[in-house]
Design a protein around this ligand. Structure first.
Ligand SMILES: *[C@@H]1O[C@H](CO)[C@@H](O)[C@H](O)[C@H]1NC(C)=O
Ligand SMILES: *[C@@H]1O[C@H](CO)[C@@H](O)[C@H](O)[C@H]1NC(C)=O
Length: 377
C-alpha cells in the first residue's frame, strides 16, 4: 500500500515536472495592437475586452484615422493579426491564451487618462501572469502602430528590476513614435479612409475624431517635425508648432485643451531599458501636407493631399525614430509588395522573424551594438 502511494506520488511528480518542462521551453509573446485593435481581443483574451467598437452600428470608431482595417471587411484586422498568431501557433509548444496572448485596450484613450492608467496596471499583471504560466520565462512584447507609444509609456512606468525580470525583448512594428500627419486631416476635415463620401460623411466622422484624446496624441510631434508646414490655407500656413492657433482658427473648441492634455506625454523615449527589434515599411505614398487653397469652406472641404515617404499611414520621420533607442538590437525595413502600415502584419518574413526571435535564433546579446543601417529583409 505504502509503496503504491509512493509510486503514485512519484508518477504525479514526474507528470507535473514534465508539463512544467514543456511550458518553460517557450518564450511567451504578448501582442499590443494599434488603434482599433481591440477587435482582436474576442479571439483570445476574453476578460480584458472593453467593447467591440469596430462592430458598432454607428460605425463611429471604425472610422478613426487608422481604422480602415475595421471596415472592409469587418474582420479585416482580426484576419491580419490572425496570420501572425497562426504562424506562431505552429511553433512547438505555443498555445493561444498561454504563450500567445493579447493586450487590447480602448484606443480612444491615451495612457495618461484614467482608462489608460488602468490598462497599464492590467498589462503589468498580464505580463507577470504570462511569465508564471510559462515556467517563469521572460516575455517578448510585440506592438503595432499606436501600440508602440503605448508600450513606451508602459516601459517607462515600471522599474528596471521589473523589466529585467519579466521582459525578454520588444518588437516594434510600424511604430508611430512621432505622430502621423494623417491625424491632422482627421481633426480638420474628417477621415473616411477612402470610403465613398456618399456612404460616409467625413464631417460626421470628424466629430468622433475630435473628441478622442488618442487622435491628438498621434499629431506630428513639433520636436520631430519643426517648422514643416502641414496645412496650407488661404490666410495662414500651420506647422506642428501651431496646433492651438489652428484649432482656434477652425473652431475646434475642445482642441486646445485636448492638446494641452497630451502634449507633454512623450510618444518616444530613447531609454526604455529593454532590447528593441524594429521593423517598418517605407517607400509608400504617405499623406504629409494638406492644401486647402482659397476655399472659404476651410476646413469643411477636403484638402489636396501631398504625399511624402512612409508606410502609407505613418510618415518616415516618425517610423525611423525607432533607430534612436539606445537598446536597439536590430532594425529592418520592408518595401514593395505588402509593405504598408497594416500589411506588414501579414508578411511571411516578418512573422518568421518574430518566430525566430521567440525561438532565440536571431536574438541579440545584450552587448551587441544595434544595427542601424537600412536592412531590407
Ligand atoms: C502549461 O501550463 C498551463 C498552466 O499551468 C497548463 O494549463 C498547460 O496545459 C501547460 N501546457 C503544457 C504544454 O504543458
Ligand atoms: C504658405 O506656404 C506657401 C509655400 O511655401 C507659400 O507660397 C505661401 O505664400 C504661404 N502662405 C501664407 C499665407 O503664408
Amino acid at each position: 500500500m505504502e509503496q503504491m502511494i509512493l509510486t503514485l506520488i512519484a508518477a504525479l511528480l514526474v507528470t507535473s515536472a514534465a508539463s512544467i518542462q514543456e511550458n518553460s521551453t517557450v518564450t511567451p509573446v504578448i501582442l499590443i495592437p494599434g488603434i482599433c485593435g481591440s477587435q482582436i481581443d474576442g479571439w483570445y483574451v476574453k476578460d480584458s475586452a472593453p467593447h467591440y467598437y469596430c462592430q458598432k452600428d454607428s460605425g463611429g470608431w471604425t472610422l478613426l484615422w487608422l481604422c480602415i482595417d475595421c471596415m472592409i471587411p469587418p474582420h479585416h484586422f482580426v484576419v491580419q493579426f490572425e496570420k501572425l498568431i497562426v504562424g506562431l501557433e505552429k511553433l512547438p509548444g505555443y498555445q493561444r491564451g498561454i504563450s500567445i496572448r493579447g493586450a487590447p485596450y480602448d484606443f480612444r484613450y491615451t495612457p495618461n487618462t484614467k482608462v489608460g492608467q488602468q490598462y497599464m496596471i492590467k498589462l503589468r499583471y498580464l505580463i507577470e501572469e504570462t511569465y508564471e504560466l510559462n515556467g517563469n520565462t521572460r516575455v517578448v512584447l510585440v506592438a503595432h502602430s499606436m501600440g508602440n507609444p503605448v508600450t513606451v509609456r508602459f516601459l517607462k512606468s515600471v522599474t528596471e528590476e521589473w523589466k529585467e525580470k519579466y521582459i525578454e525583448g520588444y518588437v516594434a512594428l510600424a511604430g508611430v513614435f512621432g505622430g502621423a500627419a494623417k491625424a491632422i486631416r482627421s481633426l480638420l476635415s474628417g477621415e473616411t479612409e477612402g470610403m465613398p463620401q456618399i456612404i460616409v460623411d467625413p464631417l460626421t466622422m470628424r466629430e468622433f475624431e475630435r473628441t478622442s484624446p488618442s487622435v491628438y496624441w498621434l499629431l506630428p510631434n513639433p520636436q520631430l517635425f519643426g517648422d514643416t508646414p502641414f496645412v496650407f490655407s488661404h490666410d495662414r500656413n500651420y506647422s506642428a508648432h501651431d496646433y492651438k492657433a489652428l484649432f482656434e482658427d477652425v473652431d475646434i473648441p475642445q482642441g486646445p485643451e485636448m492638446y494641452d492634455f497630451i502634449k507633454d506625454l512623450p510618444q518616444f523615449d530613447r531609454e526604455i531599458g529593454v532590447d528593441v527589434y524594429c521593423i517598418h515599411g517605407k517607400d509608400q505614398e504617405t499623406p504629409f501636407q494638406f492644401q486647402y487653397g482659397d476655399n472659404s469652406k476651410f476646413p469643411d472641404n477636403q484638402p489636396t493631399t501631398l504625399s511624402g515617404d512612409g508606410d502609407g499611414t505613418v510618415n518616415i520621420q516618425s517610423l525611423e525614430l525607432c533607430k534612436e533607442f539606445t537598446t536597439l538590437r536590430d532594425y529592418k525595413t520592408v518595401t514593395g509588395f505588402l509593405a504598408t502600415h497594416l500589411e506588414i502584419l501579414q508578411r511571411k518574413d516578418v512573422i518568421q522573424y518574430i518566430a525566430d526571435l521567440l525561438t532565440k535564433k536571431n536574438l541579440k546579446k545584450n552587448n551587441d551594438i544595434g544595427r542601424k543601417g537600412d536592412l531590407v529583409f
